[in-house]
Write a protein that binds this ligand. Sequence first.
Ligand code: IMP
Ligand code: MG
Length: 371
Amino acid sequence: MGNIRLHDKSFRPFIDNDTIEKAIDKVAARINADYKDSEDIPVLLCVLNGSILFTAELMKRLNFKCEIVCVKLSSYVGTKSTGEVRDIIGMTGSVNGRRVIIVEDIIDSGKTIANLTKMMDSSGATETRICTMLLKPGCYKLDLSIDYVAMEIPDDFIVGFGLDYDGLGRNFKDIYVLDENMRYYILFGPPGAGKGTQAASMAERFNLCHISTGDLLRGEMASGSELGLKAKALIEAGELVPDEIVEGMIERKFDTVEGYSGFLLDGFPRTTAQAEALDKMLAKRETKVTGVVSLMIPDGMIKERIKHRAAIEGRADDASDETISNRIKTYHEKTEPLVEYYKAAGVYNEIDGTGTIEEVRGRVNSLMESL
Ligand code: IMP
Ligand code: MG
């Protein structure tokens, strides 16, 4: 089970299906015990849409005669309760003279349940009990007692097993929680492996801020800044720019960028010292590298691809055979040791970088979805 994306947000696994089913078994057993000798036929009030899956799972475990009536209300827009409950469609049947069990997916502020209880009273129900799959005790502040609770959860936004985020996510059999931690991915590989090409589509698909140290430095060089001039001489010789310069540029990005689910680092870290510096920056933010995506191609292909790119982009560091050879040598000596570094950290993932752009993109996407 990996993270899922719905609209603009990422959700991480929270309660697996097995745990949910067991909790429903227990709550159903309590209801069965309470209603086993009933002479009437109680009504289960399914609160649409969220409660569809829970009502179905609960109902098939009940062993007394019961009927179902549905009602649709809504108080949520996006991930926040509006505080106002709207009656979207009325009840699909009568509860007059009946005992009712309201079956809710989740109780948050309790506004929905308070409304429904009133609605049951005015519709002639003789008794109203409340059964919910999930309760957020941290949010629920009403006196109204809730008779049956399958599971209690903290005050976080969740989806799955009937619950949605703006319409999506109801069909997942497990429950996921909103993942607000920033994610830090490293796109790794030798020069010419296709990092830049893949980074653009990865960044878009996974809402990541793409940080290419090469692009940042080329920006500085083009602007003729002091940093740019310093970098220029080194880059044109196929050498690495000093760590402090690159690290400073990266950390400024971490501090200033907004609206993304995370970062995609492309061309950083390039040395073990930079990897250690990155770990420190992330430790300050109480997090770690989420995953390394390593695109691997054989040495022979590196030159071929770089020459092809030089013809298109005219990059200074792609220009001569000598520069290219030096970059490959620098990669093997200084950057490749990071493979072991990230393997030891348990975040290293390698992908075959050969083949068409689309083929590689397919591999990248399925890996990213599993991280
Ligand atoms: P309440 O009226 O504040 O108790 O909210 C109950 C309704 O809000 C539920 O029936 C859901 O439709 C929605 N809701 C509350 N919390 C969540 C959540 O974490 N995920 C998805 N929907 C939620
Ligand atoms: Mg609901």
